[in-house]
Design a protein around this ligand. Structure first.
Ligand SMILES: C=C(O[C@H]1C=CC=C(C(=O)O)[C@@H]1O)C(=O)O
Length: 371
């Protein structure tokens, strides 16, 4: 399939106001798209369907699915897409500064007073843009962020979202579960040696400890990697991998409920942090800090790729696979307005001005590809 025919099919789908998702997973030159045949809104609460899921921050609201069997599937292998490179400078440096500083200050004093270790606080930034074509923005995201999961998701009854997320919520391949703990942020500078403060180590450790504890009843053989520094566009984060095996009686839904939302996007303890967010952020996150990705897809894998063991190659194993990414570094497109969502983890050691700057830096991931 050519680049032109792939994107023409998507343009047609969007013109006809039919649901679609186009996405590419990190370090991957394959772009996939799913085109739903009609505009029915399918939702899930037990995550047992096979499809592409788009779930909100607050799971009391509906999670949307593009069912596998209701969609046409296309894929394209490519390293860079042709798209005009002109990006207009959009200034976001002052939008909502006072309100956000007040919110952070309130959170720090709550953390010092009561049973709350960390809360992730966010805001949205609205900007009018000259070129609101979502597929143009998607192409720029794909060309710019090679180690992110980049996507554009549309449903006429819900809206249009785009993003370049560095965070895997988890992936399941058969019984194998991989999840990551990602938190702590600093700007990426090409040559400076990277040092982290206790504030960042602590906020990331809270996420790792939470994941390890939450998966315990559902898994065995848990292995936790060393903490490493990873790059996400113009930012660096701390990251740990957590590998395990899902116990036979546990379902995908139980793993989702155990993990989502992690303290990387909500806080710790979860319920106290979630209450603080719902009562104080003063806007609805909707799908920001929710998750999205392939749900229960059957994947065929050869059991043995060792050429000398030819007879074993006859056995292909079918595994059910899911992979979900946290919806971060994302935006919603409404008419000619981009609504960009950004947040950061607040702990007792947070300095409000630094947290503010962190959200401005995070917003640049999206702002840099708008024109
Ligand atoms: C909540 C966001 O980032 C999370 C993921 C990585 C680092 C984070 C931090 O350093 O605060 C956040 O936990 C966001 O980008 O809006």
């Amino acid at each position: 399939m050519t680049q032109d025919s792939f994107f023409e099919a998507l343009e047609r789908q969007y013109e006809q106001q039919l649901p679609f998702v186009v996405y590419s997973r990190a370090i991957n030159s394959i772009i996939k798209c799913w085109l739903q045949k009609d505009d029915v809104l399918h939702t899930t609460s037990d995550f047992s369907e096979s499809g592409f899921v788009f779930a909100p921050f607050n799971l009391s609201n509906k999670s949307i699915v593009l069912p596998k069997n209701e969609c046409e599937h296309l894929s394209l292998e490519i390293s860079d897409i042709n798209v005009e490179k002109y990006f207009k400078k959009i200034d976001i440096s002052k939008n909502g500064e006072n309100n956000h500083l007040q919110l952070i200050t309130k959170a720090i004093s709550s953390i010092k007073k009561r049973n709350l270790d960390k809360v992730v606080l966010s805001r949205k930034i609205e900007k009018t843009i000259e070129n609101p074509n979502p597929l143009t923005i998607f192409k720029r995201l794909f060309n710019t962020y090679k180690n992110a999961m980049v996507y554009c998701w549309y449903h006429p009854k819900v809206g249009l979202w785009l993003g370049a997320t560095p965070e895997l919520l988890f992936k399941v391949e058969g019984q194998n579960l991989t999840t990551i703990s990602l938190a702590g942020t600093q700007p990426y500078t090409a040559d400076a040696a990277v040092t982290w403060t206790n504030k960042e180590y602590e906020e990331q450790q809270i996420v790792t400890d939470y994941i390890a504890k939450q998966i315990e009843p559902h898994t065995s053989h848990v292995k936790i990697s060393e903490v490493e520094t990873v790059r996400a566009g113009n930012l660096l984060h701390l990251k740990t991998y957590i590998h395990s095996r899902i116990q036979p009686g546990s379902t995908l839904k139980s793993v989702i409920e155990a993990l989502h939302p992690t303290p990387a996007v909500c806080g710790f303890p979860k319920e106290v942090a979630k209450d603080f967010i719902l009562n104080n952020e003063n806007y609805n996150r909707e799908f920001y800090t929710g998750f999205l990705g392939e749900l229960n897809l059957k994947t065929t894998k050869n059991r043995n790729t060792n050429k000398r063991n030819v007879e074993n190659n006859a056995y292909a194993m079918v595994k059910t696979c899911s992979n979900f990414y946290v919806n971060l570094r994302c935006m919603q497109l409404k008419d000619n307005k981009a609504i960009i969502y950004v947040g950061g983890g607040i702990t007792k050691d947070s300095v409000p001005e630094n947290e503010w700057i962190e959200t401005v830096n995070k917003a640049k991931t999206i702002v840099n590809v708008l024109s």
